[in-house]
Design a binder for this molecule. Structure first.
Ligand SMILES: Nc1ncnc2c1ncn2[C@@H]1O[C@H](COP(=O)(O)OP(=O)(O)O)[C@@H](O)[C@H]1O
Ligand SMILES: [Mg+2]
Length: 368
């Protein structure tokens, strides 16, 4: 493994890079940076557009003085298909492979032959009479501690499956090559966020991560380092900006400023910015309620204890309080630097920009 681990997050609005020294504990920040993302960027399949993204990445690496060529990349949640499959019986590894292929056909809207399937076993247990024996049989499957000795989990396999279109993987490999980089690993944004925000600390409370980016908002319920549910909707920061632009008849750039300055403060400008934003924020609020409902109906024994807000949208003034008031749950702004040592000078700057780097930090924290 190289001494420096580099996480590269190609977002819709900006590209973020974080380089960490993973050999020191706590992990040390080596460098970081962002650059505006070319449009349409990764949404396009045309070489000329991909070259533009590659050129931006090159510029970013040189500005951040990162020489390491091996990088870990992130796939947008909205372009991959993920599912927790929880209705399988106890299966051996080889049985599991074919069962997952079969079960995946149900939630993947493209032929299974066109995707790469990856999965993580969350729980696997044989039907056994002896309580102690059944507990030791699953000691590698961390969810066993979540489910306790609840009988509903016996004789059962639960897997978290990620299906990634092969064309998408190839596009990422291609852009990295164009940028003179080597893609060492590729994972979904949510997996990276879960690593930097929750890690695998067995004491961290079961959390709902809400990652609000420019064009999407992703949801993930994470418990003891395991992702138990994910969802993505096509509403993000750009929709908020558009709503303000419409309300005031502004250019997008001016609307963006108003959004960032006033946010959800209902006592500013006669509450006009708040009113414009509320409709869109409520779309996210309602989806949050649905996610909580869907999760709790399947996991009543392990409730969500807190919400962690991440991505650029987490910085919307008043959002933390608005969600807390409407959900009755503790809501925090993301601190993805928790696992990273940092000096005093960086600390203030990083606190402000923290939520933007959640994905890139999570990628760079990957250990294999
Ligand atoms: N202070 C802020 N208040 C509200 N929204 C913000 C703030 N800072 C950034 N954003 C929004 O966050 C979004 C970008 O977030 P980011 O996580 O970088 O998205 P992406 O990964 O899609 O590039 C933009 O829509 C931007 O308007
Ligand atoms: Mg992003």
């Amino acid at each position: 493994m190289p001494k420096i681990t580099v996480g590269l997050d190609i977002g819709f609005s900006s590209i973020k890079v974080v380089a960490l020294n993973n050999h020191e504990k706590p992990v040390k920040l080596v460098s970081l940076g962002t650059i505006g993302a070319p449009v349409p960027g990764m949404a396009s399949d045309a070489d000329i557009e991909l070259e533009a993204t590659a050129a931006a990445i090159k510029k970013l690496f040189s500005a951040a003085k990162i020489e390491e060529k091996n990088v870990i990349g992130a796939l947008p949640e909205s372009r991959v298909f993920t599912r927790v499959i929880d209705d399988l019986p106890y299966l051996s590894d080889s049985e599991l492979t074919s069962a997952i292929r079969y079960a995946s056909e149900e939630f993947i809207p493209v032929p299974v032959a066109d995707v790469e399937l990856n999965w993580q076993v969350l729980f696997r247990n044989k039907l056994e009479k002896n309580e102690a024996a059944s507990t030791s049989a699953v000691k590698n499957d961390a969810l066993s501690s979540l489910s306790g000795k609840s009988s509903q989990f016996r004789g059962k396999t639960i897997v978290f499956v990620v299906a990634t279109p092969k064309v998408l993987v190839n596009k990422y490999i291609k852009v990295m090559k164009m940028a003179g980089l080597n893609l060492r690993a590729l994972e979904t944004e949510v997996i990276a966020s879960a690593r930097s925000l929750v890690g695998n600390n067995p004491f961290s409370p079961t959390s709902l991560i809400i990652q609000m980016d420019a064009t999407t908002t992703d949801f993930a319920v994470v418990s003891k380092g395991l992702i138990l549910l994910t969802r993505s909707i096509a509403t993000g920061g750009v929709a908020l900006t558009r709503a303000v632009a419409q309300q005031f008849n502004f250019e997008l750039s001016q609307a963006e400023e108003y959004k960032k300055v006033y946010g959800l403060a209902s006592d500013q400008l006669e509450g006009k910015v708040f009113q414009a934003l509320k409709g869109i924020v409520d779309v996210i609020l309602e989806e949050t309620k649905r996610v909580i409902q869907a999760y709790s109906s399947k996991n009543p024994q392990n409730p969500i204890k807190r919400i962690v807000l991440s991505g650029g949208g987490a910085k919307l003034p008043g959002l933390v309080i608005y969600l807390a008031n409407n959900l009755g749950l503790e809501v925090q702004e993301a601190d993805p630097w928790y696992f990273v040592a940092k000096d005093k000078v960086l600390r203030t700057k990083l606190a402000v920009e923290g939520p933007l780097f959640t994905v890139a930090i999570g990628l760079a924290l990957r250990e294999d």
